[in-house]
Design a binder for this molecule. Sequence first.
Ligand code: PLP
Length: 366
Amino acid sequence: MTHPFLDLPPLSAARFASIEDRVARLLGTEQDVVIMQGEALLPLEGAIRSTAGPGTVALNVITGPYGQTFGNWLRDCGAEVIDLAVPFHTAVTAEQIREAFAARPEIDFVSLVHAEAATGNTNPVAEIGEVVRAHGALFYLDAVASIGAEPVLPDAWGVDLCVIGAQKAMGGPAGVSAVSVSARAWARMASNPGAPRRSYLSLLDWKDRWTDAGRKALPHAPAQLEMLALEACVERIEAAGLDTVMRRHAAAATATRAGALALGGGLEPYVHDATEAAPVATTLRTPPGVLASDLVTSALTATPTLPLAAGSGPLAKEMIRVNHYGTDATPNAVRDSLTALGTALSEQGVRVDLEGARAAADGAWR
Ligand SMILES: *Cc1c(COP(=O)(O)O)cnc(C)c1O
């Protein structure tokens, strides 16, 4: 008996290359796109270790937990790191980036997270890209939580290393990921003696053995199931239209925000300014005296399938994440999440307006 997951014909190099090309089209990029055989942390770490080293002066923008991780990798590579941290309830501005360059003109690397699912903010990459390009620094972007939820345009924005994963707004698998690499970034890697080679983290290995070799033979057995799932999810996005998928995420964010405000009871959007709130996920702040992790636990006890989570680490006290992405970017997921949170709040004696919240969410969905 054949098994649908197990007894598959080998994934051909041509099929692998065609999946790469489809991902490149999704990013609207002419740059090389390398699909990495692991979760997005693989290209995120690989791209930093490939391009940074002693002598690198890196501006590391921290708008959530991933920025902290990138700073640690950069330091580990021997780079000098200038951390620019902004409060999690807001976004970084192009002006702040301009000021950082004015203070330290020798900055030659900028790392930025586009949208943070963990904190719910999104950063103005187009404007920041102009500043980074004007100073000639290499621009590294984590677009895992933005791809599929809002425009990601590495070529137009001057992004040299743009990392994506399929597990958020693309509604795809978590086990493979991709990075677009500019000619400048390849040159930086080639001249970096510390760039990983013959390593799972290596981008240069893929360039030498796959991209530059004409993509005729795969260097290793590919993560076949994950590659097929990536292909299927890109196909599904193409069929619906990327714009439609992005609009659904934007609508889910707008509806969640409007619904939370109408719910009352002290539940508030965590990101103050709606224009700085990420379309991929909406974070909410619990009222004083209400533990976010308790509220999420009781909401999920009633409805275990809802896309709700408490913030991680210390944020678990005060932050709720409504992860309305992928198949959860729907009016029902938003309405049901608000209903469950409102019900859990009222069980704690907080007065809420469930009907008002649902009506506001439905009305705001557009
Ligand atoms: C989700 C996410 C990732 C990938 O991390 P996982 O926790 O493994 O899903 C990377 N960067 C950002 C900004 C993310 O939101």
